[in-house]
Design a protein around this ligand. Sequence first.
Ligand code: HH2
Length: 289
Amino acid sequence: MQVAVVHRRANDWCLLETRHHPGVIPIEERFPRPSVMGVLNVTPDSFSDGGVHLDPDVAAAAAGRMVADGAAIVDVGGESTRPGSDGVSLDEELRRVVPVLERLHGDVPVSIDTAKAEVARRALALGAELVNDVTALRGDPELAGVVAGGEVYLCLMHMQGKPRTMQAAPTYDDVASEVAAFLEQRLRVAVDAGVPEERICLDPGIGFGKTVEHNLELVRRLDVLTSLGRPVLVGFSRKSSLRRLTGSDDLLAASVAAAVAAYERGATILRVHDVRAHVDALTVAHAVA
Ligand code: HH2
């Protein structure tokens, strides 16, 4: 397959080259707008589904249900990044995710939510087609090479600080333009490392070193991110800002509203826990649009 590789330099778009990437269609074709990414945390301590999917058979069944409900891909993660979390060892992360990936291989389209090159390597060998790195290639110097060497998509996410302390005092002069500048720089790092640009999507990192108002501003001004020319992924599902806004512990309606708002402002992929409700809502929002 022939694909054009377009790089952004200053304010100009320029066609730099045309490359062959057999077998991998551009991310916009693989994930038309809107597409839903189901969240499957294989952790004891995640935000909202911690402990639910620790049994690999239970996790695999849940992933199958997400696809049946309309998810385009299921994001499997073995390390919680909730505020205050410390991270897990490589062995522990592999112990959590590999049995799940083995059960899903060939049946369910999978994304691996990891910052570790070795976890990504094992996941790709077991069929994962997207690497979702919340550190945007800052966590493990070998991850870019693993992604560049595989036929795989990449999500680069913005985070201010580290999960342990990121919610202590998030500060920005202009959150939308600072997040956009960061993502543009990480996009360039990924492309320079050999990851084809047409396989990359960008994510503002809702809740990762942001106040409620920062998160809302990022959705409100999502055009600042879409103008970078890459598909934007937004993960607002069940995040604590929604609880702060509504005062409710049931975050389903709030999550759906946030996803629809993000879609209407240009988001392509919505990362969500409750797949069915989001697919229905986005189907209607898309039909109206
Ligand atoms: N949010 C979480 C984890 N991974 N990846 C992307 N690209 N975007 C996100 O917004 C995002 C992410 C955190 O949410 P969750 O998976 O529910 O919780 P935890 O990190 O505690 O497992």
